[in-house]
Design a protein around this ligand. Structure first.
Ligand SMILES: [Zn+2]
Length: 311
């Protein structure tokens, strides 16, 4: 009797844990395409293009680190009930790769890793020697993300041809908004003197941003957060900050601020000052009711924070 009660308690605990992460919990609706996306930026893009024709759940809410996220039983259920699953791919969701492989083999679900669909010549390299050839943080270059929006559009049309006109029209409108965003990013960075365009963050999520908008990028941790930062990593960064007279460094919303605070303290020990320039949304959106709760809002927030602190 006791063991049964314990089992029920355990099941409840698992169910409660499963409710904690999705940014919205849209129940499946008869006749509508049921779509699941992993990251908030992908979920928001899918929502813009799918509009009223689909239901969409984004798995990874504000502050959730995709590199280390492990699927709950509730997530697996959500995946199995979906018609279409979009994930970033390129090993961003490192712990979910196997899950999607297994679901893909078993079920009639369209599963698309958007990063893997891009022309690889446009991607930055990561650790080819470890089997991860490309940096997965593709949303930080708006022109790359426009291609992702096109992949989303084409996937929805293939999965649900009766609504193809809706998906095409929504995508055309959204792509125009992304063009505006790209122009905004280019104009904002112009306000930072050229020699100050150095972006120092906790983990290496901003290399595409750096390439697209002309920032030099340095980080304590590598492209994934799976390994801990070392004292040598911090010291190497301190040397860059001192040599380049970097005025501000940035914490990230999906990473503990301790690493960047350690860098700030080490710079002080070296006899210099560096400010904390604010928090950047590195791998997740902000709260859904905040300006950074959409992909476009998150990108604008990041570039505004960077420009304000460096200029
Ligand atoms: Zn990352």
């Amino acid at each position: 009797m006791y063991s049964l009660r314990l089992l029920l308690l355990l099941i409840c605990a698992v169910l409660l844990a499963a409710c904690g992460t999705t940014t919205s919990d849209q129940p499946a609706v008869e006749g509508k395409l049921n779509v699941v996306a992993t990251t908030g930026q992908l979920g928001d893009t899918v929502r813009n293009i799918g509009g009223e024709a689909i239901t969409v759940n984004a798995l990874l809410g504000p502050g959730i680190d995709p590199h280390t996220y492990v699927a709950t039983e509730g997530d697996i259920r959500l995946f199995q009930e979906a018609n279409v699953i979009f994930y970033n791919g390129l090993h961003l969701e490192a712990q979910l790769d196997r899950v999607f492989e297994q679901i893909g083999e078993r079920d009639q679900i369209t599963i698309v890793a958007v990063g893997d669909q891009l022309d690889q010549a446009q991607l930055l390299s990561w650790e080819p020697e470890n089997g991860f050839p490309h940096d997965p943080h593709i949303w930080n270059d708006v022109q790359l993300w426009k291609q992702v929006a096109e992949i989303v559009r084409d996937t929805l049309i293939a999965a649900d041809p009766t609504n193809s006109a809706t998906y095409s029209a929504n995508a055309t409108r959204y792509l125009a908004e992304l063009d505006e965003l790209h122009s905004y990013m280019l104009a904002q960075i112009e306000r930072v003197p050229a020699e100050r365009r150095v972006l120092v963050t906790a983990h290496d999520a901003f290399n595409y941003l750096g390439r697209a908008y002309g920032l030099e990028v340095a980080a304590v941790q590598g492209i994934s957060t799976e390994a801990e930062a070392s004292a040598a990593d911090i010291q190497a960064l301190v040397e860059v900050i001192v040599a380049r007279e970097v005025p501000a460094i940035f914490v990230e919303t999906t990473i503990s601020p301790r690493t960047i605070e350690a860098v700030q303290a080490a710079v002080q020990s070296a006899g210099r000052e560096v400010a904390l320039g604010g928090a950047l949304y590195s791998d997740a959106l902000g709260a859904s009711d905040s300006p950074a709760g959409t992909y476009i809002g998150m990108m604008r927030s990041n570039i505004d924070t960077i420009v304000a602190a460096l200029s």
